[in-house]
Design a protein around this ligand. Structure first.
Ligand code: FAD
Ligand code: SF4
Length: 518
C-alpha cells in the first residue's frame, strides 16, 4: 500500500485535502469507531450516535466513489478500543509507506496519532484543513500584530479578505456598520413566541437505527436519550437542513438570537453546528447562502450579519485560540474554581426551572442554543465555581456538536473566564434578572425562586451567587474597566449584607442531603 489516508469522525468530507492525489489503485482510506472516543468524557448517547451514524453513511459514500476503505466497527470482537490501538493494528496489517491526513481538530488525537506514526517509523503528512476560512498561521500572525486577542478585528479582517457582506470597494461593510447587535437580541415578550417554524427532522434510516441499537447496547449507562434523534447525518440531509433554515428561520435569527422560552428548544436557530463540525457542510457555502438571502431581499441585513458573525467570526476565532493556546489552556484557573459539578447536571433534577429546562432538553436532544449554554448552564457553573476540568468534560460530553477545538475555548474562555480575559474581555456574569428578561419571565413565573431576591428562602440562586461572585472577585474585577459599574454596586452593600450573601452562597454550595438520609 502506498498511502493510508486517515479520516476521523469529524472529517467527513470527500473533498478534504487528505484526498488530494488519492489513487484508488495504490491508496486506501482508514476509519475506526472506537470506545475511547465515547468514554474519555462520558459522551451522551445522542452525541455518539451523531458521530457513528454520520461515519457509517460517509463510509457508504466513499465506497460509492470507489475509494478502498478499511473501516473498523465499534463491536468488532478484536477492536482495539482506541484510535492509537486501531491505527497500530492497521499499519501492521496494511504496511503503508506513508500516512496522510487533514490536520485533526483535537490536540489530544493529534498527539496520539503522531506517537503511533513515530513508533512505526512512518511519515505522517498533515495537510491544512481547507474547511476553514483561515489557517491557524493566519490567526497567529493576526494575534501577534495586534498584541491581544479580540474577535471584532479578526472578523473584520476575514470579511474584507473573503469579500463577505462588503460594499463593491471591498473595504467598507455593507450597510455602513460591521455589527448590528443593537438591532438584534430581543426577547419574545409576555405573549411568547407565537407560531414557530418546525425543526428540520430526519427520522433515522436503517443504518442509523442499527447505530442507535449499538449505542444502547454498548453504552447503556451513558447520559441522554435517543427517542427524538432526528439530526442530519449525511451531506444531502445537511444541505436540506440548511435550505430550511434559510427560508424559515434566518429572517428572524438575529432578532431572537438570545431569547428563551420553556419547551421551545429550537426557536430561530440553525441547528447546523454538528453538520458543520463533522464537515458535512462547508462554512463557505453556509455563509454565501446566507448573504444571498440578504441580497435577494429575503432576510434583513442585521439578521444575516448576526448569523455570519457566528460562523465567519466566532467559529474561526475560537479555533485559532484553541490551536495557539493548547495544551497550556487547560492549566489556567484565574478564578480558582474548585467546586464539584453538581450531579444534577447529568439528570436535570433541580428546582431551578430555567436550569432544569436547559439540562433536560440537552439530555433529550443533545442540543441547547447559545444563550442557554452561556447564560444558564455556563453562568451557573461560573458563579458556583465549578472546577474547569469538570465543566469542560460536561460540555464536551453532552452536545451533538461537541468537538474540543470549539467546545473548549467557548466553555473555559468565554463562559468560565478561566484565562482571566484572553478570549473574552470580561466575564459573562449576570443575576437571575437577565434570565427573567430574556425569557420574558416565562421560567421565573413557574419557579419557587424570585430573581429579584438575593437573600432569604425565595432568593434566586443565580442572584445570590452573582453578588457573591462580585464580592469574592472584587479585586480582580475592579481592575477591569468593563466591570467597574457592577463592582461598584457590590461595594455599596453594607458589611452585614455582604456577609449574609456570602453565607447564603456557601450554603448553596453544600451538597444537599438526599431525601431519606438521616
Ligand atoms: P446558531 O445559533 O444557529 O449559530 C450558527 C452557527 O454559528 C452554529 O451552528 C455554529 O457553527 C456557529 N457558532 C455560533 N456561536 C459560536 C461560538 N460561540 N463559537 C463557535 N461557533 C459558533 N459550538 C459548537 O459547535 N460545539 C461545541 O461544543 C460548543 N460548545 C459550547 C459551549 C459553551 C459553554 C458555549 C457558551 C458555546 C458553545 N458552542 C459550541 C457555541 C454555540 O453555542 C453553538 O455553536 C450553537 O449553540 C449551536 O447551535 P446552532 O447550530 O443552532 O447555532
Ligand atoms: Fe432561573 Fe432564578 Fe428565574 Fe428560577 S428565579 S427560573 S432559578 S432565573
Amino acid at each position: 500500500l502506498r498511502h493510508l489516508v486517515l479520516v476521523l469522525g469529524d472529517q467527513l468530507n470527500s473533498d478534504a485535502s487528505a484526498f488530494d492525489g488519492f489513487d484508488p489503485t495504490q491508496d486506501a482510506v482508514w476509519m475506526a469507531e472506537v470506545q475511547e472516543e465515547s468514554t474519555h468524557v462520558w459522551s451522551s448517547k445522542p452525541r455518539t450516535v451523531m458521530f457513528l451514524a454520520a461515519m457509517r453513511h460517509f463510509a457508504l459514500a466513499l465506497r460509492r466513489l470507489g475509494r478502498p476503505l478499511h473501516y473498523r466497527w465499534l463491536d468488532d470482537p478484536d477492536n482495539q478500543g482506541s484510535l492509537a490501538g486501531e491505527l497500530r493494528a492497521a499499519i501492521a496489517r496494511l504496511q503503508p509507506q506513508r500516512l496522510i491526513m487533514t490536520a485533526p481538530g483535537d490536540w489530544r488525537v493529534l498527539q496520539a496519532l503522531r506517537a503511533v506514526a513515530a513508533e512505526a517509523d512512518l511519515p505522517l503528512e498533515l495537510r491544512d484543513d481547507r474547511h476553514f476560512f483561515s489557517t491557524v498561521r493566519e490567526f497567529a500572525a493576526h494575534a501577534q500584530s495586534r498584541g491581544s486577542l479580540r474577535l471584532e478585528y479578526f472578523y473584520r479582517e476575514l470579511r474584507q479578505k473573503h469579500g463577505v457582506l462588503m460594499e463593491p470597494d471591498g473595504r467598507r461593510p455593507l450597510g455602513g456598520q460591521w455589527n448590528f447587535d443593537a438591532e438584534n437580541r430581543e426577547a419574545f415578550g409576555a405573549a411568547g413566541p407565537g407560531f414557530l417554524p418546525a425543526r428540520s427532522q430526519f427520522p433515522p434510516d436503517a443504518l442509523t437505527r442499527e447505530v442507535i441499537a449499538l449505542v444502547q447496547r454498548q453504552l447503556p449507562d451513558h447520559p441522554g436519550q435517543l427517542d427524538s434523534f432526528a439530526w442530519p447525518v449525511t451531506r444531502e440531509q445537511a444541505l436540506q437542513a440548511l435550505g430550511e433554515f434559510l427560508s424559515e428561520r434566518l429572517p428572524l435569527f438575529g432578532r431572537y438570537q438570545d431569547a428563551m422560552w420553556p419547551e421551545e428548544p429550537w426557536l430561530y436557530h440553525s441547528h447546523l453546528a454538528a453538520a458543520l463540525n463533522l464537515k458535512l457542510l462547508n462554512p463557505r457555502e453556509v455563509v454565501a447562502a446566507a448573504e444571498a438571502e440578504y441580497r435577494a431581499g429575503r432576510a434583513p441585513l442585521a439578521c444575516v450579519e448576526g448569523f455570519i458573525r457566528q460562523i465567519l467570526g466566532w467559529r474561526e476565532y475560537v479555533r485559532g485560540v484553541y490551536w495557539t493556546q493548547m495544551p497550556g489552556y487547560l492549566e489556567h484557573n484565574s478564578l480558582q474554581a474548585k467546586q464539584d459539578l453538581p450531579a444534577w447536571y447529568w439528570t436535570g433534577e433541580t428546582e431551578m426551572v430555567c436550569l432544569s429546562a436547559a439540562l433536560r432538553q440537552t439530555l433529550d436532544h443533545g442540543y441547547a442554543h447559545h444563550i442557554q449554554r452561556l447564560m444558564v448552564t455556563g453562568l451557573f457553573s461560573l458563579l458556583y465555581g465549578v472546577a474547569p476540568a469538570q465543566i469542560h468534560a460536561w460540555y464536551l460530553a453532552v452536545y451533538v456538536d461537541a468537538v474540543e477545538w470549539v467546545e473548549l475555548p467557548n466553555t473555559l474562555g468565554m463562559s468560565q473566564f478561566i484565562d482571566g480575559g484572553l478570549l473574552a474581555s470580561k466575564p459573562y456574569i449576570a443575576s437571575g434578572k437577565y434570565i427573567q428578561r430574556m425569557s420574558s419571565g416565562s421560567y421565573c413565573r413557574r419557579c419557587p425562586y424570585d430573581p429579584a431576591e438575593r437573600l432569604g428562602e425565595r432568593a434566586c440562586p443565580f442572584t445570590t451567587l452573582y453578588w457573591d461572585f462580585l464580592i469574592r472577585h472584587e479585586a480582580l474585577l475592579a481592575a477591569n474597566p468593563r466591570m467597574v459599574m457592577q463592582v461598584r454596586n457590590a461595594t455599596r452593600l453594607s458589611a452585614e449584607e455582604r456577609t449574609a450573601i456570602q453565607q447564603q452562597a456557601a450554603a448553596l454550595r453544600q451538597p444537599k442531603p438526599r431525601a431519606g438520609t438521616p
